[in-house]
Design a binder for this molecule. Sequence first.
Ligand SMILES: CC(C)(COP(=O)(O)OP(=O)(O)OC[C@H]1O[C@@H](n2cnc3c(N)ncnc32)[C@H](O)[C@@H]1OP(=O)(O)O)[C@@H](O)C(=O)NCCC(=O)NCCS
Length: 261
Amino acid sequence: MSLAPQHSAPAAAGHGGATPLVRRLRLRDGRSVSVATLGPAFAASFQSFIRGLSPEARAARFHMGLAEPPSSLVAALVQVDQQRHVAWVAHESGRPDSIVAEVRFAAEGDAAELAVAVADRWRRLGLARALLRRIARRAARAGIRRLWGHVRADNEPMLRLAHRAGFRRSRLPGDAATLLIERELAPAASLLRTTGRRLVAWFTARRRTLSVLAALILPGGFLVLVAMALAARVAPALRALGSRGQTLVHRAAPRACAGCP
Ligand SMILES: CC(C)(COP(=O)(O)OP(=O)(O)OC[C@H]1O[C@@H](n2cnc3c(N)ncnc32)[C@H](O)[C@@H]1OP(=O)(O)O)[C@@H](O)C(=O)NCCC(=O)NCCS
């Protein structure tokens, strides 16, 4: 994916346009990162991030062999409006100067081009997948209905990641080296419905545990719980008594019927 910087609207308000989004995102190896909106405050660290990518990763991300990212490019990449052009970075927790990943989309109409890159030492930890999932939700809220990207046909990691994230791929006419990946996004309202349905299912599956917890927490609930526990202990005894009575009746029955044929 190239995602050339086309939108250079002024940065959002805040510390150079940078706002923390996720304070702590735990990765597969136990390390954690923070996610923030990308703004001019990150210009220097973003430049180091791009410089630190391997030449292959830089080529995959920008579709060109950049040895040193020109500062004009960096300046354009950090100037995003966070509305139609949304860009986030993940950085080591507590170290905003150490960017380890970037994800962004730039919208045109109701479609948006997507780009993502993760520093070599932070790969295969689920970082790109987590960022992609979140930015897709953000795009849906911005009214985007389709996310797309151009991926080099030999970029197996990105193609697999895209496949697992629900993107389909197709060939670009006349360009055997590049594939188009795309995914439709559910409108935010139906995302809300899906989340609502999941929540209801979650509560239904745990209703017993939750009602015990609620009984413990709510005033007077403890007494209800004790009464329920007592009832649970007394019920078998009562049942046993009842069945003994029944047995006696059954045993007595033949005698009562002694004169019967
Ligand atoms: C593609 C890229 C963003 C993946 O980042 P990542 O954080 O390592 O990806 P994740 O750890 O979230 O991996 C998610 C899934 O993608 C697939 N995947 C990622 N890297 C892979 C690799 N090297 N080989 C095979 N599958 C891979 C796997 O299915 C993986 O799931 P799994 O680890 O449970 O098997 C990263 O390799 C990268 O920055 N590449 C260079 C830049 C680039 O190509 N950007 C895309 C074009 S803009």
